[in-house]
Design a protein around this ligand. Structure first.
Ligand code: PHE
Ligand code: FE
Length: 296
């Protein structure tokens, strides 16, 4: 990605000094974070927490507190590990960035969550193209404290290894599931819709847009529907899928996907913004502001 060289210049640490182990694991170079790095963490943390009270799933905010995640300074992965190991047996591993798919699945299947060690620059607080420490640690890690969600993520990793062996179409369907649940999922709680997707909780703009805007569709979770639905990588989502509980997510994804992949392979994909007959519609989006170029 083109912002990488600039980002590396901005840090005291550079790639060459961080020892890389098998499957892309690096030691978090904690002592090398600058005051600016810690400050970026603090600003993002405080801004998102303020916004997410009443918007994010209760479990998410409670888990951040339980893990001892604070705005004070960039957490040490090793410290975050303690609470996580006790709660669900997950651990964190530092990585340089996105991993090859199979390595990523293998980590998840073994309850290791890869966390990018570097944090974005101050001019990137509102948007960054690739996952950084804030997205990974603030966004993904807290829900790994939830036993049901933790099991879902490990099952996803095993399912990923399997889909990788089946072929690119299976992988694409599984990736859509990840996108519309782990990254951009909404959950229905007592007092209304809440956020649990990591891609949303780590974004100020999308944390507001996904719940408050009339533009996007908000539709009930449906496994096969999601597996056929294309998505956006460079704009807010046109559609969010809503689960009732993490148990629902776990139960719906328990069946063997192999026959599902085979059956869906011959069906057309669904554009990101379409609403279909049979959808459980919480909000039919107005489509205001939607990009007209192709979905991924
Ligand atoms: N049950 C899925 C399969 O057989 C695995 C899976 C579980 C995938 C949970 C995603 C989430 O492939
Ligand atoms: Fe992510």
């Amino acid at each position: 990605m083109d912002n990488k060289p600039a980002r590396l210049e901005n840090l005291h640490t550079d790639k060459g000094k961080v020892p890389v182990y098998a499957t892309g694991i690096v030691t978090q170079p904690w002592d090398d974070y600058s005051a600016t790095d810690h400050d970026v963490w603090r600003r993002l943390y405080e801004r998102q927490r303020r916004l997410l009270v009443g918007r994010a799933a209760d479990e998410f905010l409670a888990a951040q507190d339980a893990m001892g995640m604070t705005p004070d300074r960039i957490p040490k992965f090793a410290d975050m590990d303690q609470a996580l190991r006790d709660a669900t047996g997950w651990t964190l591993v530092g990585v340089e960035g996105l991993l090859p798919e199979l390595d990523f699945f293998d980590h998840l299947a073994n309850r290791r969550f890869p966390v990018t060690w570097w944090i974005r620059r101050p001019d990137q607080v509102d948007y960054i193209e690739e996952p950084d420490l804030f997205h990974d640690l603030f966004g993904h890690v807290p829900l790994l404290m939830n036993p049901v969600f933790a099991d879902y993520m490990a099952a996803y990793g095993r399912g990923g290894v399997k889909a990788h062996g089946i072929g690119p179409e299976a992988l694409q369907m599984l990736t859509r599931l990840y996108w519309y649940t782990v990254e951009f999922g909404l959950i229905r709680q007592k007092d209304g819709l809440r956020i649990y997707g990591s891609g949303i909780v780590s974004s100020k703009g999308e944390s507001i847009h996904c719940l408050d805007s009339d533009a996007p569709n908000r539709i009930g979770f449906d496994l096969e529907r999601i597996m056929r639905t294309r998505y956006r990588i460079d704009t807010y989502q046109k559609t969010y899928f809503v689960i009732d509980s993490f148990e629902q997510l776990m139960d719906a994804t328990r069946p063997d996907f192999t026959p599902i992949y085979a059956r869906l392979a011959s069906r057309d994909s669904i554009p990101a913004g379409d609403v279909l007959e049979g959808d459980l519609v919480f909000n039919k989006g107005t489509g205001e502001g939607w990009a007209t170029d192709a979905d991924v």
